[in-house]
Design a protein around this ligand. Structure first.
Ligand SMILES: [Zn+2]
Length: 413
């Protein structure tokens, strides 16, 4: 029988119920996933016709020259991108990980083509088969979250992209009960057991930010240890480097959620709530996870000159910052006249501060294992590296993070 050019097309998406917490659920394309098409001209004895990848709209297309005989088709997908930079995996019993295939389509009757359009297939709780399985729907969300972030960092350029492949393993039943990121296996293990499920965007991106951090630091002797320490092992006061490592991952997650997924930005904390949380000096603050997170949020707050931070004794606002812990926010007032446009620091700028060779004073990448490498050192580094953040502004921010102070940003104008 003579040949023809077959073309198998379709679109893969998921029903997004987990990215936003405002109830605005919608279908989103699954961009960059792997699709494998199988054909059979004898019964359902399938051969692979090859792998393709979905485009930014979730569409895929495979062309293949084959005989005109009628065929069955089935289409399977896996949550792994073309470059194998991201893979959503399932932990195997007894160790190891597997990147599973999910069947999204199979013909009922044979077709003679040459065009076979399987239509739009949606991972959703209401779908049948593999498309509707709860774990698969969650993994579809996870692929979308991390792929979107990885693509954004890559397109931003300047060295802040992920440099090595990463995995997200879900559901991982972690003995400690804490999700964690392992820099050796480059895997974020997302915990779930009978009573707890960490399969949400905050946990996934927090752990993936740890993986980002491991890929952008050098000369660290104990980063494996840092990688293995779960959140619950963290004390109120830690070494500055440990608190920075933890606090910066939480900050990065928050910043990314507002930069890419429309979540309200976390507000800077007021001095009253810093004091209420026992963060009574800058030295205490930089040795506390939440202190570091809030300091980095302050660094990307624009325009900082319009805010009031108050004092340790008077609660100027009961509005939550929206970030981790129990902190209330600084108050945005009227803007002072002739307010400078700086400091004008974005999340992407802060990530750049981790990189080596950005300034003669800082030849190496951020060294997570150097124990006094905390917030104080990071702010100095940022003031040297970032053109829109200088030493005067650094001193101003540190005063806003010191609960015993009474100055406001406008006092520095
Ligand atoms: Zn962490």
């Amino acid at each position: 029988m003579s040949d023809q050019t077959w073309e198998i097309t379709g679109k893969i998406q998921f029903f997004d119920t987990m990215t936003r917490n405002d109830g605005k659920n919608m279908n989103k394309p699954l961009a960059g996933i792997t699709v494998e098409i199988h054909g059979a001209n004898v019964g359902r004895l399938y051969d692979s016709w090859g792998k393709v990848y979905t485009d930014s709209e979730g569409n895929f297309s495979l062309k293949k020259v084959k005989s005109k005989s009628k065929r069955h088709f089935k289409v399977r997908v896996r949550f792994e991108d073309r470059e194998k930079m991201l893979s959503i995996n399932t932990p195997l019993l007894g160790g190891g990980l597997t990147s599973d295939w999910y069947q999204v389509f199979e013909t009922n009757d044979t077709t003679d083509g040459p065009k076979v359009n399987i239509g739009t297939k949606t991972f959703s709780e209401h779908a049948a088969g593999d498309l509707g399985k709860d774990d698969n729907v969650k993994r579809a969300h996870m692929f979308y979250w991390v792929k979107t972030g990885m693509d954004a960092l890559k397109s931003h350029g300047g060295g802040i992209e992920f440099t090595n492949p990463i995995n997200v393993a879900y559901p991982a039943n972690v003995i400690s009960g804490q999700s964690y990121a392992n820099g050796v296996t480059r895997t974020a293990y997302i915990h779930r057991n009978a009573t707890t499920d960490h399969g949400n965007v905050d946990t996934v991106w927090h752990e993936v930010m740890h993986l980002w951090n491991y890929q952008h630091n050098t000369g660290t002797s104990n980063w494996i240890q840092a990688a293995m320490s779960g959140k619950d092992t963290h004390e109120f006061q830690e070494k500055a480097a440990t608190a920075f490592h933890e606090g910066s991952s939480e900050w990065g997650k928050d910043a990314l959620m507002s930069e890419l997924f429309g979540r309200k930005a976390v507000l800077p904390a007021n001095r009253f709530s810093l004091a209420q949380n026992g963060l009574n000096s800058f030295e205490t603050l930089e040795r506390n996870d939440d202190g570091v997170t809030h300091a980095l949020h302050l660094l990307i707050t624009q325009p900082v000159w319009a805010y009031k931070f108050g004092t340790s004794t008077e609660e100027i606002s009961s509005v939550s910052t929206g970030g981790h812990g129990n902190f209330t926010a600084a108050v945005q007032g009227t803007q002072p006249p002739n307010m400078p446009s700086r400091p004008n620091v974005t999340m992407f700028d802060v990530l750049k501060v981790f990189l080596g060779g950005q300034h003669p004073n800082w030849p190496t990448a951020w060294q997570v294992g150097t124990m006094d490498n905390g917030l104080n050192v990071f702010f100095k580094r940022a003031a040297d590296i970032l053109p829109n953040f200088n030493d005067t502004e650094r001193v101003m921010l540190i005063e806003m993070l010191t609960s015993g102070q009474t100055t406001e940003p406008r006092d520095f104008l």
